[in-house]
Design a protein around this ligand. Structure first.
Ligand code: SAM
Length: 273
């Protein structure tokens, strides 16, 4: 339990461990150790409301890595990972991309200082590619698109994979996620690939209403969206096969298919024409 009366140290205030944060809650669902009491308390409340949330997290992460592999094999070598998350041992965007293209460049973005600190320490590139890190908030897209790490690259005319995986459901309607996506992708070259995954309450509205309350109690807004709402976020961009589908059904590699109702998360890879 967190002792609210305890004096808050300068360091704990800076990295925000006195309140729950989506990155550390997600790390807890995935069985990681970079999480603290407020994260675990909020995550346990969310798990009570929607008990298969750990499956959601695992399937979402697997989707992210399959999408990266697919795009690297399709010839993409520039990746902007808009919400890095706590690094997973040996299985992050640049590991997967550089295993296919050793010259892949990955810019990691997040607004959680713990994520960025760990990313700088752990997400280091192979010799032919590169990794970089931006501490920025998706809700201020120009702070990302105009960041020197993105504008100084010598390959600004090459298509970019823009990974927005499990982040847009933290953007409520009044913050206009459609406009954020437009501003993020506006200057990207043709052939760029926005990748999204997004939580949905299509399968279990009651469970997700409880989950939304659990996050709200921890000060975090979650806005699950329907299949149509998620497809609408992608506007009139081309969507690669198999379209907007539950993440577990997006180009699955194994024989077994997790029930989409247990996952409750859609994924898609779009293409800017
Ligand atoms: C659920 S995790 C997903 C991590 C990773 N994309 C994945 O799918 O495995 C959500 C991530 O989004 C980050 N995040 C949440 N809101 C953000 C914002 N407004 N700007 C930047 N990052 C944000 C969190 O810090 C966290 O790392």
């Amino acid at each position: 339990m967190t002792d609210e009366s305890a004096p808050k140290t300068h360091a704990s205030l800076e990295i925000g461990i006195n309140r729950a944060h989506p990155a550390r809650m997600y790390d807890y669902y995935l069985g990681g150790t970079t999480n603290f009491d407020p994260d675990r308390e909020a995550a346990d409340a969310a798990l009570t409301a929607f008990p298969t949330l750990r499956t959601t997290a695992r399937e979402n992460r697997a989707f992210l890595l399959r999408a990266v592999e697919h795009l690297a094999r399709s010839g993409i070598r520039n990746f902007v990972d808009m919400d890095t998350g706590i690094p997973a041992p040996g299985r992050n965007t640049h590991h997967v991309a550089q295993a296919i293209r050793d010259d892949a460049r990955v810019v990691y973005v997040d607004n959680d200082p713990i994520v960025l600190t760990l990313a700088q320490a752990l997400l280091t590139s192979g010799p032919r590619g590169s990794t970089a890190y931006i501490n920025a908030d998706l809700r201020r897209p120009e702070s990302i698109t105009q960041h020197p790490e993105l504008t100084r690259t010598p390959t600004t005319d090459e298509p970019v994979a823009l990974l927005l995986v499990a982040i847009l459901h933290f953007i409520p309607d009044d913050q206009n996620p459609l406009d954020l996506l437009r501003r993020l992708t506006g200057r990207l070259p043709s052939g760029s690939r926005p990748v999204i995954s997004h939580a949905t309450d299509d399968y279990d509205p009651q469970g997700w209403a409880g989950l939304v309350r659990a996050y709200a109690d921890a000060g975090i807004t979650v806005r699950p969206r329907s299949l149509h709402e998620v497809a609408d976020l992608l506007g009139d961009r081309e969507i690669e096969e198999p379209g907007v589908v539950p993440v577990s059904q997006w180009r699955p590699t194994g024989e077994t298919h997790t029930d989409p109702a247990l996952v409750s998360c859609y994924g898609a890879v779009a293409r800017k024409t």
